[in-house]
Design a protein around this ligand. Structure first.
Ligand SMILES: [Fe+2]
Length: 417
């Protein structure tokens, strides 16, 4: 009962405090669970605290240990983060302001976890004034099940002055869950309108799905920019705690992880716009594919579309298809275009998500001018598009299902290992 009251009080404090005051009234914020390199036994927890914290710790136990009797407590060290501070931004009420975001950032690596297990944790904050605060309870499930599911969503461009965007995406996640349960979330980028606006992340992370699931996220072009179009990997890096196994300069932004016998390679388009950037990214991708040749399924994810949904013209497909074919990539996933496109080429299936914010979708598409032999299906609902994918994986096949906001099946593809 005490815990319930405490949780309730914290919820009210968080919800009220965010808009009324700066980060200093929040204690702990932006808690999210990211995958470890081997998601069967490793997870990486990310959060921020105000600069008055003397210490933060995580209390962790298996979900079936309801009284937290076997809980263990892990101390975490924060590092000072000011990358979002003073950035030109906008409040929920439409006021212009400069972000007031000097805080301590924590990345806590958990290992030696049990595979196929539901875990619970909370973060405890200790302040210089002796004050102690405790977060709500967060959950995740480790990989290792023979059969598992994920919700794949992207492009909701969360923007506090227009709360309907985030609401549409969260409702879409409920619709995916009504269709079939899922164990984790794969985010293909553009969850924030401006990733440089830290207040946008803080608000987004208060949504329930961030408390219930591990999120594996991609850096989208919107996550990478500020309102004044300053660009940096640091915005995405400090809003997550991804594995630091990317190539130089990309630690925690480009990364890979194993979810059971599936390999996920997570790319950052923003640093491979030119040929030098692409050379560095593709050399790393080839190495990761070689090192993980034993993975039953190989998936590569990036934010930018494979094809332009409007008329089928080649986009990122052109740069990558030979490498994907060479190493037997099964599924290539992308977002950004806001038009769902499903295509195939020499055994590789290409799928890009629709948008999910009911606002920033593309106009309806026209006839295919290119790649008619590769593109099997396209879908969107015009500017007010809301859709997401359900991924179901068994040792025999992966099934990708496109759902609309009602949870109605619009398209489906099955992929064998
Ligand atoms: Fe987008």
């Amino acid at each position: 009962m005490r815990r319930l009251l405490l949780t309730l009080a914290l919820t009210l404090l968080c919800a009220g405090g965010l808009f009324a005051q700066g980060l200093d009234s929040l204690d702990i914020f932006s808690i999210t669970t990211c995958p470890g390199e081997d998601a069967s036994t490793q997870m990486r927890l990310s959060w921020g605290s105000d600069t008055l914290a003397t210490s933060c710790s995580v209390t962790l136990t298996e979900a079936r240990d309801r009284r937290w009797k076997k809980a263990r407590t892990l101390q975490a060290e924060g590092r000072y983060c000011a990358v979002y501070d003073t950035i030109w931004s906008k409040r929920a009420n439409g006021e212009n302001f400069n972000e007031d975001a000097r805080f301590l950032k924590y990345d806590l690596a958990l290992d030696s976890l049990k595979p196929r297990t539901d875990y619970c944790y909370y973060v405890t904050y200790q302040g210089t004034d002796g004050r102690e605060a405790r977060s709500q309870v967060y959950r995740f499930r480790t990989a290792g099940d023979r059969k598992w599911n994920a919700c794949i969503i992207s492009d909701f461009h969360s923007y506090p002055p227009l709360p309907g965007r985030l609401e549409a995406a969260m409702k879409m996640m409920d619709a995916v869950r009504s269709y079939d349960k899922y164990d984790w979330v794969l985010n293909l980028g553009d969850v924030c309108a401006w990733g440089g606006s830290y207040s946008f992340w803080v608000q987004m992370y208060q949504e329930q799905p961030f408390r219930d699931y591990m999120w594996a996220s991609l850096n989208g072009n919107h996550d990478h920019m500020t309102r004044r179009y300053q660009l940096s990997n640091d915005f995405f890096r400090n809003a997550t705690a991804n594995p630091r196994n990317g190539y130089p300069g990309e630690e925690g932004v480009s990364y890979w992880f194993r979810y059971g016998d599936a390999l996920f390679i997570m790319l950052n388009n923003e640093t491979m716009r030119d040929s030098t950037g692409f050379a560095a990214a593709s050399a790393w991708v080839e190495k990761v594919l070689q090192d993980n040749a034993d993975a039953r399924y190989k998936l590569v994810c990036e934010h930018y579309q494979w094809f332009f949904g409007t008329d089928g013209r080649t986009s990122q497909f052109g740069r990558w298809h030979e490498i994907f074919e060479k190493y037997g990539v099964n599924l290539a996933l992308a977002g950004n275009n806001h038009i769902y496109v499903r295509a195939h080429d020499k055994g590789v299936v290409y799928v890009q998500t629709p948008s999910s914010d009911n606002e920033r979708g593309q106009a309806l598409y026209g006839p295919l001018a290119d790649n008619a032999d590769r593109i099997d299906f396209r879908w969107n609902e015009g500017p007010k598009t809301v859709g997401a994918l359900h991924l179901s994986v068994t040792p025999k096949k992966m099934t990708v299902t496109l759902l609309d906001r009602q949870g109605t099946v619009v398209d489906r593809v099955e992929i064998e290992p």
